[in-house]
Design a protein around this ligand. Structure first.
Ligand code: COA
Length: 321
Protein backbone atom coordinates (compact mmCIF):
# COMPACT_ATOMS: atom_id res chain seq x y z
CA UNK A 1 0.00 0.00 0.00
CA UNK A 2 1.25 3.52 -0.81
CA UNK A 3 2.61 5.48 2.14
CA UNK A 4 2.08 9.17 2.87
CA UNK A 5 4.23 11.88 4.45
CA UNK A 6 3.84 15.45 5.65
CA UNK A 7 6.04 17.48 3.29
CA UNK A 8 5.12 21.06 4.22
CA UNK A 9 3.58 23.07 7.05
CA UNK A 10 2.11 26.54 7.58
CA UNK A 11 0.13 28.45 10.18
CA UNK A 12 -1.59 31.74 10.79
CA UNK A 13 -2.43 33.53 14.03
CA UNK A 14 -4.65 36.63 14.08
CA UNK A 15 -2.91 39.96 14.70
CA UNK A 16 -4.90 40.92 17.82
CA UNK A 17 -3.41 39.63 21.09
CA UNK A 18 -5.65 39.25 24.15
CA UNK A 19 -3.54 38.98 27.32
CA UNK A 20 -4.71 37.63 30.67
CA UNK A 21 -4.39 41.16 32.04
CA UNK A 22 -6.70 42.52 29.34
CA UNK A 23 -9.13 39.62 29.88
CA UNK A 24 -9.34 40.44 33.60
CA UNK A 25 -10.90 43.79 32.62
CA UNK A 26 -13.65 41.87 30.75
CA UNK A 27 -14.53 39.11 33.29
CA UNK A 28 -13.75 38.43 36.94
CA UNK A 29 -10.44 36.57 36.50
CA UNK A 30 -6.73 37.18 36.85
CA UNK A 31 -3.39 36.20 35.32
CA UNK A 32 -2.34 34.14 38.33
CA UNK A 33 -5.46 31.91 38.25
CA UNK A 34 -5.30 31.36 34.49
CA UNK A 35 -1.55 30.62 34.46
CA UNK A 36 -1.75 28.25 37.40
CA UNK A 37 -4.78 26.28 36.16
CA UNK A 38 -4.02 26.26 32.42
CA UNK A 39 -0.58 27.67 31.51
CA UNK A 40 -2.19 30.18 29.11
CA UNK A 41 -0.72 33.71 29.13
CA UNK A 42 -2.35 35.17 26.03
CA UNK A 43 -4.34 34.15 22.97
CA UNK A 44 -5.09 35.61 19.50
CA UNK A 45 -8.53 36.93 18.57
CA UNK A 46 -9.82 37.18 14.99
CA UNK A 47 -11.07 40.71 14.37
CA UNK A 48 -10.67 41.30 10.64
CA UNK A 49 -9.86 37.61 9.99
CA UNK A 50 -12.35 34.80 9.35
CA UNK A 51 -11.95 31.02 9.65
CA UNK A 52 -11.49 30.77 5.88
CA UNK A 53 -9.06 33.69 5.59
CA UNK A 54 -6.89 32.18 8.36
CA UNK A 55 -7.14 28.73 6.74
CA UNK A 56 -6.12 30.17 3.35
CA UNK A 57 -3.13 32.02 4.84
CA UNK A 58 -1.91 28.84 6.57
CA UNK A 59 -2.50 26.80 3.39
CA UNK A 60 -0.40 29.15 1.23
CA UNK A 61 2.52 28.89 3.67
CA UNK A 62 2.24 25.08 3.74
CA UNK A 63 2.24 24.97 -0.07
CA UNK A 64 5.31 27.21 -0.22
CA UNK A 65 7.09 25.00 2.32
CA UNK A 66 6.20 21.81 0.43
CA UNK A 67 7.03 23.23 -3.04
CA UNK A 68 3.76 21.69 -4.30
CA UNK A 69 1.76 23.96 -6.60
CA UNK A 70 -1.83 24.82 -5.69
CA UNK A 71 -3.04 23.28 -8.97
CA UNK A 72 -1.39 19.96 -8.02
CA UNK A 73 -3.46 19.64 -4.83
CA UNK A 74 -6.31 17.19 -5.42
CA UNK A 75 -7.88 17.09 -1.93
CA UNK A 76 -8.53 19.80 0.67
CA UNK A 77 -10.01 18.90 4.05
CA UNK A 78 -10.65 21.60 6.65
CA UNK A 79 -11.30 20.48 10.22
CA UNK A 80 -13.39 23.10 12.02
CA UNK A 81 -16.48 23.52 14.16
CA UNK A 82 -16.51 27.30 13.70
CA UNK A 83 -16.84 27.77 9.91
CA UNK A 84 -17.67 31.30 8.74
CA UNK A 85 -20.47 29.69 6.75
CA UNK A 86 -21.81 26.15 6.56
CA UNK A 87 -22.28 26.60 2.84
CA UNK A 88 -20.02 27.12 1.03
CA UNK A 89 -17.65 25.13 3.19
CA UNK A 90 -14.41 26.63 4.46
CA UNK A 91 -12.47 24.18 2.27
CA UNK A 92 -14.27 25.41 -0.88
CA UNK A 93 -13.48 29.01 0.13
CA UNK A 94 -9.82 28.06 0.60
CA UNK A 95 -9.81 26.38 -2.81
CA UNK A 96 -11.18 29.54 -4.41
CA UNK A 97 -8.70 31.84 -2.70
CA UNK A 98 -5.52 29.79 -3.30
CA UNK A 99 -6.41 28.59 -6.82
CA UNK A 100 -6.37 24.84 -6.11
CA UNK A 101 -8.57 24.34 -9.15
CA UNK A 102 -8.30 20.54 -9.30
CA UNK A 103 -9.06 19.83 -5.64
CA UNK A 104 -12.03 18.03 -4.11
CA UNK A 105 -13.00 19.92 -0.96
CA UNK A 106 -14.97 19.21 2.18
CA UNK A 107 -15.06 20.24 5.85
CA UNK A 108 -14.97 17.79 8.72
CA UNK A 109 -16.11 18.33 12.30
CA UNK A 110 -14.60 16.29 15.12
CA UNK A 111 -14.14 19.36 17.37
CA UNK A 112 -10.63 19.57 18.88
CA UNK A 113 -9.72 16.12 17.48
CA UNK A 114 -10.62 17.27 13.96
CA UNK A 115 -7.11 17.60 12.57
CA UNK A 116 -6.30 13.99 13.50
CA UNK A 117 -9.51 12.77 11.86
CA UNK A 118 -8.73 14.84 8.72
CA UNK A 119 -5.12 13.60 8.53
CA UNK A 120 -6.29 9.99 8.84
CA UNK A 121 -8.96 10.55 6.17
CA UNK A 122 -6.46 12.11 3.75
CA UNK A 123 -3.99 9.29 4.41
CA UNK A 124 -6.69 6.74 3.55
CA UNK A 125 -7.49 8.50 0.27
CA UNK A 126 -3.85 8.85 -0.79
CA UNK A 127 -2.68 5.40 0.31
CA UNK A 128 -5.54 3.79 -1.62
CA UNK A 129 -4.46 5.63 -4.77
CA UNK A 130 -7.49 7.92 -5.13
CA UNK A 131 -5.57 11.19 -4.60
CA UNK A 132 -1.89 12.19 -4.59
CA UNK A 133 -1.52 15.50 -2.75
CA UNK A 134 -3.75 16.74 0.06
CA UNK A 135 -3.95 19.95 2.04
CA UNK A 136 -5.16 19.28 5.57
CA UNK A 137 -6.11 22.31 7.59
CA UNK A 138 -7.34 22.94 11.13
CA UNK A 139 -8.91 26.39 11.48
CA UNK A 140 -11.08 27.98 14.16
CA UNK A 141 -12.59 31.34 15.10
CA UNK A 142 -13.56 30.22 18.60
CA UNK A 143 -13.78 33.78 19.92
CA UNK A 144 -17.07 34.03 17.99
CA UNK A 145 -18.49 30.96 19.76
CA UNK A 146 -17.60 32.05 23.29
CA UNK A 147 -19.77 33.59 26.00
CA UNK A 148 -17.47 36.44 27.05
CA UNK A 149 -19.26 36.66 30.42
CA UNK A 150 -18.45 33.00 31.29
CA UNK A 151 -15.03 32.98 32.97
CA UNK A 152 -15.07 29.17 33.08
CA UNK A 153 -14.65 28.98 29.29
CA UNK A 154 -13.63 32.36 27.84
CA UNK A 155 -10.12 32.28 29.30
CA UNK A 156 -9.27 29.01 27.55
CA UNK A 157 -9.71 29.51 23.84
CA UNK A 158 -7.97 31.33 20.98
CA UNK A 159 -8.24 31.67 17.19
CA UNK A 160 -5.90 30.50 14.44
CA UNK A 161 -5.18 28.02 11.65
CA UNK A 162 -2.55 25.42 10.83
CA UNK A 163 -2.04 23.44 7.63
CA UNK A 164 0.04 20.56 6.29
CA UNK A 165 0.59 19.11 2.82
CA UNK A 166 0.37 15.31 2.79
CA UNK A 167 1.81 13.48 -0.20
CA UNK A 168 2.83 10.04 -1.46
CA UNK A 169 6.23 8.90 -0.12
CA UNK A 170 8.06 5.74 0.91
CA UNK A 171 7.79 6.47 4.67
CA UNK A 172 5.72 8.77 6.89
CA UNK A 173 2.27 8.01 8.28
CA UNK A 174 2.48 4.76 10.25
CA UNK A 175 -0.98 4.48 11.79
CA UNK A 176 -3.74 6.12 13.75
CA UNK A 177 -6.33 5.20 16.36
CA UNK A 178 -9.45 7.36 16.56
CA UNK A 179 -12.47 7.15 18.83
CA UNK A 180 -15.84 8.73 19.63
CA UNK A 181 -18.40 8.50 22.43
CA UNK A 182 -21.63 10.28 21.55
CA UNK A 183 -23.17 9.13 24.82
CA UNK A 184 -21.00 11.61 26.74
CA UNK A 185 -21.30 14.59 24.40
CA UNK A 186 -23.14 16.81 26.88
CA UNK A 187 -19.98 17.75 28.80
CA UNK A 188 -18.78 19.97 25.93
CA UNK A 189 -21.32 21.53 23.57
CA UNK A 190 -21.85 24.32 21.03
CA UNK A 191 -25.33 24.71 19.53
CA UNK A 192 -25.86 27.01 16.60
CA UNK A 193 -28.76 29.45 16.92
CA UNK A 194 -31.64 28.30 14.73
CA UNK A 195 -35.43 28.13 14.92
CA UNK A 196 -36.94 24.98 16.41
CA UNK A 197 -38.97 23.98 13.35
CA UNK A 198 -41.41 25.30 10.74
CA UNK A 199 -44.29 25.62 13.24
CA UNK A 200 -42.35 26.82 16.26
CA UNK A 201 -40.23 29.86 15.47
CA UNK A 202 -38.68 30.03 18.93
CA UNK A 203 -34.94 30.58 18.81
CA UNK A 204 -32.97 27.88 20.58
CA UNK A 205 -30.86 29.68 23.17
CA UNK A 206 -27.38 28.91 24.51
CA UNK A 207 -25.54 29.32 21.25
CA UNK A 208 -22.16 29.42 23.01
CA UNK A 209 -19.55 26.85 23.95
CA UNK A 210 -20.63 25.25 27.23
CA UNK A 211 -18.41 22.96 29.22
CA UNK A 212 -18.17 20.89 32.37
CA UNK A 213 -14.47 21.64 32.85
CA UNK A 214 -13.73 19.04 35.47
CA UNK A 215 -15.41 16.21 33.52
CA UNK A 216 -13.50 17.17 30.38
CA UNK A 217 -10.28 17.27 32.39
CA UNK A 218 -10.88 13.79 33.84
CA UNK A 219 -11.79 12.39 30.41
CA UNK A 220 -8.63 13.83 28.82
CA UNK A 221 -6.12 12.64 31.41
CA UNK A 222 -7.56 9.11 31.25
CA UNK A 223 -8.30 8.73 27.54
CA UNK A 224 -5.23 10.35 25.93
CA UNK A 225 -2.55 8.14 27.55
CA UNK A 226 -4.72 5.04 27.05
CA UNK A 227 -5.19 5.88 23.36
CA UNK A 228 -1.48 6.58 22.78
CA UNK A 229 -0.46 3.36 24.55
CA UNK A 230 -2.87 1.28 22.45
CA UNK A 231 -1.65 2.86 19.20
CA UNK A 232 2.01 2.27 20.08
CA UNK A 233 1.27 -1.32 21.06
CA UNK A 234 -0.46 -1.91 17.71
CA UNK A 235 2.70 -0.76 15.94
CA UNK A 236 5.22 -2.48 18.27
CA UNK A 237 6.69 0.87 19.31
CA UNK A 238 7.94 1.85 22.77
CA UNK A 239 7.40 5.19 24.51
CA UNK A 240 11.19 5.67 24.49
CA UNK A 241 11.27 5.51 20.67
CA UNK A 242 9.08 8.62 20.34
CA UNK A 243 11.00 11.87 19.73
CA UNK A 244 8.05 14.29 20.03
CA UNK A 245 4.57 14.00 21.53
CA UNK A 246 2.58 16.75 19.82
CA UNK A 247 -0.54 17.01 21.95
CA UNK A 248 -3.66 19.10 21.54
CA UNK A 249 -2.90 22.34 23.38
CA UNK A 250 -5.81 22.57 25.83
CA UNK A 251 -4.17 22.83 29.22
CA UNK A 252 -0.58 22.51 30.46
CA UNK A 253 -1.71 20.42 33.43
CA UNK A 254 -3.38 17.89 31.11
CA UNK A 255 -0.19 17.60 29.03
CA UNK A 256 1.97 17.13 32.16
CA UNK A 257 -0.41 14.49 33.48
CA UNK A 258 -0.35 12.59 30.16
CA UNK A 259 3.48 12.62 30.19
CA UNK A 260 3.49 11.29 33.73
CA UNK A 261 0.93 8.56 33.08
CA UNK A 262 2.91 7.41 30.02
CA UNK A 263 6.13 7.50 32.05
CA UNK A 264 7.58 9.66 29.25
CA UNK A 265 10.09 12.53 29.32
CA UNK A 266 8.09 15.77 29.73
CA UNK A 267 10.68 17.60 27.60
CA UNK A 268 9.36 15.66 24.60
CA UNK A 269 5.97 17.39 24.97
CA UNK A 270 6.35 20.83 23.33
CA UNK A 271 3.93 23.57 24.37
CA UNK A 272 2.73 26.73 22.66
CA UNK A 273 -0.61 27.16 24.46
CA UNK A 274 1.01 29.90 26.56
CA UNK A 275 0.65 32.28 23.60
CA UNK A 276 -2.08 30.56 21.51
CA UNK A 277 -4.59 29.28 24.07
CA UNK A 278 -6.68 26.31 22.97
CA UNK A 279 -7.28 26.71 19.22
CA UNK A 280 -9.23 23.43 18.95
CA UNK A 281 -8.71 21.73 15.55
CA UNK A 282 -5.95 24.21 14.72
CA UNK A 283 -3.77 23.53 17.76
CA UNK A 284 -1.85 20.47 16.54
CA UNK A 285 -0.99 21.81 13.04
CA UNK A 286 -0.01 25.21 14.49
CA UNK A 287 2.37 23.46 16.91
CA UNK A 288 3.76 21.22 14.14
CA UNK A 289 4.47 24.34 12.08
CA UNK A 290 6.14 26.09 15.03
CA UNK A 291 8.44 23.10 15.53
CA UNK A 292 9.12 22.63 11.82
CA UNK A 293 10.03 26.27 11.24
CA UNK A 294 12.04 26.35 14.47
CA UNK A 295 14.18 23.46 13.14
CA UNK A 296 13.11 21.17 15.98
CA UNK A 297 11.92 18.28 13.80
CA UNK A 298 14.69 16.15 12.27
CA UNK A 299 14.13 13.95 9.24
CA UNK A 300 13.02 10.44 10.34
CA UNK A 301 12.10 11.58 13.88
CA UNK A 302 9.18 9.56 15.25
CA UNK A 303 6.14 11.65 16.22
CA UNK A 304 2.94 10.97 18.12
CA UNK A 305 0.11 13.46 17.51
CA UNK A 306 -2.75 13.17 19.98
CA UNK A 307 -5.88 15.07 20.92
CA UNK A 308 -9.35 14.99 22.44
CA UNK A 309 -12.45 17.13 22.33
CA UNK A 310 -16.18 17.58 21.95
CA UNK A 311 -18.33 14.77 20.66
CA UNK A 312 -16.69 13.27 22.63
CA UNK A 313 -13.87 12.46 20.26
CA UNK A 314 -10.20 11.51 20.61
CA UNK A 315 -7.37 10.16 18.52
CA UNK A 316 -3.66 9.70 17.98
CA UNK A 317 -1.45 9.36 14.90
CA UNK A 318 2.02 7.79 14.74
CA UNK A 319 4.34 9.02 12.01
CA UNK A 320 7.87 9.37 10.76
CA UNK A 321 8.85 12.98 10.01
N1 COA B 1 -10.77 32.98 36.93
C1 COA B 1 -10.84 32.94 38.27
N2 COA B 1 -11.55 32.00 38.93
C2 COA B 1 -12.19 31.06 38.20
C3 COA B 1 -12.16 31.07 36.80
C4 COA B 1 -11.42 32.09 36.17
N3 COA B 1 -11.30 32.17 34.82
N4 COA B 1 -12.90 30.05 36.34
C5 COA B 1 -13.38 29.41 37.42
N5 COA B 1 -12.95 30.03 38.53
C6 COA B 1 -13.23 29.66 39.93
C7 COA B 1 -14.49 28.86 40.09
O1 COA B 1 -15.60 29.70 40.17
C8 COA B 1 -14.21 28.11 41.36
O2 COA B 1 -14.43 28.98 42.44
P1 COA B 1 -15.07 28.43 43.83
O3 COA B 1 -14.09 27.43 44.35
O4 COA B 1 -15.18 29.66 44.64
O5 COA B 1 -16.37 27.82 43.43
C9 COA B 1 -12.70 27.84 41.32
O6 COA B 1 -12.17 28.80 40.37
C10 COA B 1 -12.35 26.44 40.85
O7 COA B 1 -13.09 26.17 39.69
P2 COA B 1 -12.94 24.78 38.94
O8 COA B 1 -13.86 24.74 37.78
O9 COA B 1 -13.06 23.69 39.98
O10 COA B 1 -11.41 24.85 38.46
P3 COA B 1 -10.53 23.74 37.84
O11 COA B 1 -9.31 23.52 38.64
O12 COA B 1 -11.33 22.51 37.44
O13 COA B 1 -10.04 24.44 36.49
C11 COA B 1 -10.47 24.42 34.14
C12 COA B 1 -10.97 24.80 35.53
C13 COA B 1 -11.52 24.80 33.12
C14 COA B 1 -9.18 25.19 33.88
C15 COA B 1 -10.18 22.89 34.14
O14 COA B 1 -11.28 22.17 34.63
C16 COA B 1 -9.85 22.39 32.76
O15 COA B 1 -8.87 22.75 32.16
N6 COA B 1 -10.71 21.49 32.20
C17 COA B 1 -10.51 21.01 30.84
C18 COA B 1 -11.10 22.00 29.90
C19 COA B 1 -10.67 21.78 28.48
O16 COA B 1 -9.54 21.40 28.21
N7 COA B 1 -11.58 22.04 27.54
C20 COA B 1 -11.34 21.95 26.16
C21 COA B 1 -11.40 20.58 25.69
S1 COA B 1 -10.93 20.43 24.03
Amino acid sequence: MTKTRIIGTGSYLPLTILSNEHLSTIVDTNDEWIMERTGIKERRIATTETTSSMASAAALLALEDSKVLAEDIDLIIVATFTPDSSMPSVSCKVQGSIGAVHAVCFDLNAACSGFLFALTTAHAYISSGIYKNALIIGAEALSRAIDWTDRGTCVLFGDGAGAVVLSKDSVGFIGSLLGSDGGKGEVLTYSKQMTKNLFDKEIIENSYIQMDGQEVFKFAVRKVPENISQLLEQHHTNIGQIDHFILHQANKRIIQSVAKRLNADENKFPINLNYCGNTSAASIPILIDDLNRGGKLKKNDTLVLSGFGGGLTWGSCLLTW
